[in-house]
Design a protein around this ligand. Structure first.
Ligand SMILES: [Zn+2]
Ligand SMILES: [Zn+2]
Length: 234
C-alpha cells in the first residue's frame, strides 16, 4: 500500500521520511516525521505490571517497581494474578488523544496503519499464543462501523481471535474506582482455551479496569496467562 500523504495532517510524505522508516525499512509510511515526533514513546523504567513510566509517579506511590494502582489490584483476592502485564506504546498526550479520537470516534479506519509498525515491533518481544481484541457492544459497533482493537490487530498482520463478547455498556470511565472494581462482569466468553497465553489488544489503558475484567473472564475460562498491549497509556 502506497500512501502519499500523512494520514494525520495530510502533508506530503517524502519517500523514506515517514515515521515508520525510523522503525523498519520494509514498512510503508503512513505518517510524517513531524506528526511522529508529537508522539511520546513509553520509555525508561515503567511499572512492571501496567507499563506506566515510573518517572511520572510520586516516589511514595511506587513499591518494587510497581505503581500503587497495580499493587491495590493485586492485593484484592478477586483480581490477584488476573493480568500478568500490560504493555503500552505511547503516552496518552494531547496529540495521541486527538489521533485516537479521529481513529475511533470519527471512523478513520486507515489510522490503524500508523500504529501497525509499532505494534509489530512490540509483538516481537511479547510471548503469546493468540491475540484477542477487546470487543465493542453491538450498538457501539453499529455506530462506529468497526472495532478499533480488531482493526489494529488486522492492520498489524495478525488474525484477531474474537473470544470475548460484551454483556453491558462501555461507560465505565464515569464510575468511581470502587464501582468499577465491583461492577458486574461486562464480558463473556463461550470458548475454553486451556493454558493458552492470551494477548488482549485495546487502544488506551487508563484505569486498567476494562483490561482486567476481560482478563478475568478468560482466566476463569482456563486461559494460562493474560497480558495486554494498548496503544496509549493514560
Ligand atoms: Zn503529519
Ligand atoms: Zn502499575
Amino acid at each position: 500500500m502506497i500512501i502519499e500523504h500523512c494520514l494525520v495532517c495530510f502533508s506530503e510524505l517524502m519517500p523514506q521520511m515517514g515515521w515508520t522508516a525510523l522503525f523498519s525499512k520494509e514498512e510503508s509510511n503512513f505518517m510524517c516525521t513531524e506528526c511522529y515526533t508529537k508522539f511520546e514513546k513509553i520509555e525508561g523504567v515503567t511499572c512492571q505490571t501496567c507499563d506506566r513510566p515510573l518517572a511520572r509517579v510520586e516516589p511514595q506511590y511506587i513499591v518494587d517497581n510497581r505503581c500503587l494502582d497495580c499493587i491495590r489490584w493485586e492485593a484484592d483476592d478477586q483480581w490477584a494474578g488476573t493480568l500478568e502485564r500490560n504493555y503500552s506504546l505511547i503516552q496518552y498526550n494531547d496529540f495521541a488523544q486527538e489521533v485516537i479520537a479521529q481513529y475511533k470516534y470519527r471512523g478513520d479506519y486507515m489510522l490503524a496503519y500508523i500504529f501497525a509498525p509499532l505494534i509489530k515491533q512490540k509483538l516481537r518481544s511479547i510471548p503469546f499464543d493468540t491475540i484477542v481484541p477487546i470487543p465493542l457492544s453491538e450498538k457501539r459497533l453499529y455506530e462506529r462501523g468497526f472495532n478499533q482493537s480488531e482493526a489494529l490487530i488486522a492492520a498489524s498482520g495478525y488474525q484477531p481471535n474474537n473470544l470475548l463478547t460484551r454483556t453491558h455498556s462501555e461507560k465505565q470511565s464515569k464510575k468511581s474506582r470502587t464501582e468499577r472494581i465491583h461492577l458486574r462482569q461486562v464480558f463473556q466468553t463461550k470458548i475454553n482455551i486451556p493454558n493458552k497465553k492470551i494477548l488482549l489488544i485495546d487502544d488506551i489503558y487508563t484505569t486498567g479496569s476494562t483490561i482486567r475484567h476481560a482478563a478475568k473472564v478468560l482466566k476463569d475460562a482456563g486461559a494460562g496467562s493474560i497480558a495486554s498491549l494498548t496503544i496509549a497509556r493514560g
